[in-house]
Design a protein around this ligand. Structure first.
Ligand code: GLN
Length: 186
């Protein structure tokens, strides 16, 4: 099983390390030619969604990746990755892959003081250490989207078909259960 981690910007190295610890083959997607390699799953890491979106388009990777996701490629998206997948952003004009039918609010906890830790329940996983860094949250989700976690009434993790997305950063903790769940999806 081989997973491609988008590596144009952001916290991709941590995802790579965690997947490798679980015995998964990983390579980084840095340019369009990297898309010619075989992969069974895709990770969209945290970082800055505007920068990632711009680079994806400039590097000619945007449409090919969007097509893969639409065709059912399993995706794990964290933080900025969730923003890239969202159908709608409530407080930003940017739109990216739009494959996940949710409305996302960027920097939803404030820009500067938006980093915090929360231990909360995730459906199918249990109590989980959640690291939030200038995080978005999901304001609303279509009926077919399965809500996996909420923090103070706001949705922070969802699954929809092949897409597993969350506001927080599982790759920054020692807890690999989310990555294991993703491996099971693949
Ligand atoms: N605030 C970032 C954005 O809007 C996301 C933060 C993150 O990925 N940690 O893209």
């Amino acid at each position: 099983m081989t997973v491609a981690v988008l590596a144009v910007q952001g916290a991709f190295a941590e995802h790579r390390a965690m997947l490798e610890k679980l015995g998964t083959q990983v390579f980084e997607l840095r340019k369009a030619e990297d898309l010619e390699r075989h992969f069974d799953g895709l990770v969209l890491p945290g970082g800055e969604s505007t920068v990632q979106g711009k680079l994806l388009r400039e590097l000619g990777m945007f449409r090919p990746l969007q097509k893969r996701i639409e065709e059912g490629m399993p995706v794990l998206a964290t933080c900025a990755g969730l923003i890239l997948l969202a159908k709608e952003l409530s407080n930003d004009t940017g739109r990216y892959f739009q494959t996940l039918p949710v409305v996302v609010k960027r920097n939803a906890y404030g820009r500067q003081l938006g980093s915090f830790f929360y231990e909360g329940g995730i459906k199918g996983i249990g109590q989980y250490p959640m690291e939030f860094i200038r995080a978005p949250y999901i304001e609303s989700a279509d009926k077919e989207v399965s809500v996996l976690a909420e923090v103070e009434g706001n949705i922070v993790a969802v699954q929809y078909k092949n897409q597993l997305a969350m506001s927080f950063h599982p790759e920054l903790t020692k807890d690999s259960r989310i990555h294991k769940k993703f491996m099971e999806m693949i």
